[in-house]
Design a protein around this ligand. Structure first.
Ligand code: ASP
Length: 444
């Protein structure tokens, strides 16, 4: 069994984090491939190496001397190398970067964060180093050439004897120009590697023990989510409960490789496994997780005999399209409908939007209701099971919380309720306390 273990910036922030990584890697002989981010923050208020390198580029761009900044970056790596007794010729390598710093492209400069971190990690783990520039191949438009990448990675597996350390976040075009992924893109490198070498598991080591069933700032001590499907994760991330970059998922999702989120600082905790289906366990939670966001705006449009009129909703939507506003939900009644949008998206344009709707739709009334919070109750086990929504609404009703809007996703894996901003935290607590730990026996 092959596992790809990707360690994020905080997991490789200093020598003591390197030690944890080594213990984790050595604890499981299946962890043959390691991907690292650039060293991240060692503590609150500290800086990520990637941010410092971006700052180097800004200095160069504006012609400001960055000697001191480069020295700070070098010292970060030096501290790790000295404390761990590594032989890597850091001073020399850093010197060749510094000497020609203004000749390199900005992307090359930023990529050195992962390069140095991976070099040090490879020596510390006693594993070969493979340069991402040689194996992660980009098209000129910035997308990954998966075919070429797969060939290169498989060759690298053979040449390295079936184990290596790979820097995340960058690759290069066929003519050797360094390209970066989006910020946090080390997760993508890990997923690409896992896919290209047919790994059985993609481990993503970070500083949290995976997804929680609710936001710990709202619910005290929520339980962790052990198993989640990609679809459920998408629902929760969309509502703000984000642990992993969305784009990081597609390479492994397409070929059904599970991802396990693990905590470098608490490796014994199970974390969260994300996979396409999660039905191997008969006893599961009814609700996988609850997430939500505040500050949506509802635009309520009412017009007598609208039900006989064709194109009314389309007109309203094309007005929003003209303003570049994306629509979250459209609950409809017989002679009315409402459109829920993100408050931030319409903060400067709502009056013009309403005026356009008055003109084009000729409604009896339009009301704008700001301060709407949406709460998404997500769970694959809710689907085709009677009574869950009834219980959610019942619990909110008993707590005196007025529900402003209700929708359910078509696969029945999420129920979304809209409440006033003021009721947001209370509503989440009420739902969590009623169902957070509820368990169901899954019919197989
Ligand atoms: N080092 C890069 C960043 O800070 C990429 C990563 O950490 O995944 O965004």
């Amino acid at each position: 069994m092959i596992k790809v273990a990707k360690f994020g910036g905080s997991s490789v922030a200093d020598a003591s984090q390197f030690q944890k990584v080594r213990e984790i890697v050595k604890a499981d002989p299946d962890r043959k491939f390691v991907v690292v981010s650039a060293s991240g923050k060692r503590c609150k208020g500290d800086n990520k190496i990637t941010d410092l390198l971006l700052l180097v580029n800004a200095h160069i761009q504006y012609g400001v001397d960055c000697t001191a900044l480069l020295a700070t970056i070098e010292q970060r790596f030096m501290d790790i190398a000295l404390e761990l007794g590594l032989d890597f010729p850091l001073a020399e390598e850093f010197m060749s970067l510094v000497n020609d710093i203004d000749k390199f492209t900005p992307e090359y400069v930023v990529s050195r964060g992962e390069w140095f971190t991976a070099k040090l990690m490879a020596e510390y783990l006693g594993m070969p180093f493979v340069d991402a520039a040689d194996v992660i191949v980009f098209h000129h438009d910035g997308t990954v050439d998966m075919e070429r990448t797969q060939t290169k990675l498989r060759e690298a597996v053979i040449h390295s004897g079936g184990t290596f350390v790979l820097p995340g976040f960058y690759g290069s075009t066929v003519d050797g120009q360094i390209k970066l992924f989006k910020r946090g893109g080390g997760d993508i490198t890990g997923a690409i590697l896992a896919r290209c070498i047919d790994a059985a598991l993609y481990e993503n080591w970070t500083d949290v023990s995976g997804f929680l069933a609710a936001d710990p700032r709202v619910v005290e001590n929520p339980r962790g989510i052990h198993r989640i499907t990609f679809e459920e994760m998408r629902e929760l991330s969309y509502m703000g409960a984000s642990v992993l970059q969305e784009e990081a998922i597609f390479p492994v999702r397409e070929v059904n490789i599970p991802i396990q989120i693990k905590n470098t600082n608490a490796p014994d905790e199970f974390g969260t496994i994300i996979r396409e289906t999660a039905n191997e366990h008969a006893r599961e939670h009814l609700i996988t997780g609850i997430a939500g966001k505040k500050d949506f705006v509802g635009i309520y449009v009412q017009k007598a005999h609208m039900s006989n009129e064709i194109g009314c909703i389309r007109n309203a939507l094309s007005i929003l399209e003209r303003y570049g506003v994306s629509v979250e939900h459209i609950p409809t009644g017989v002679d009315s409908f409402s459109i829920v949008v993100n408050g931030e998206d319409v903060k400067d344009t709502i009056y013009s939007i309403v005026a356009d709707m008055q003109r084009d739709l000729q409604p009896d009334s339009i009301n704008v209701l700001p301060g709407l919070a949406l709460i998404s109750v997500v769970g694959r086990n809710m689907s085709r099971r009677a009574g869950t929504s009834g219980q959610i609404f019942g619990a909110l009703g008993e707590a005196g919380i007025n529900i402003r809007m209700i929708t359910q996703s078509s696969q029945e894996i999420s129920i979304i309720v809209g409440v006033q901003n003021e009721d947001f935290e209370k509503a989440i607590r009420v739902i969590y306390n009623r169902f957070g730990d509820a368990v169901v026996i899954r019919d197989r």
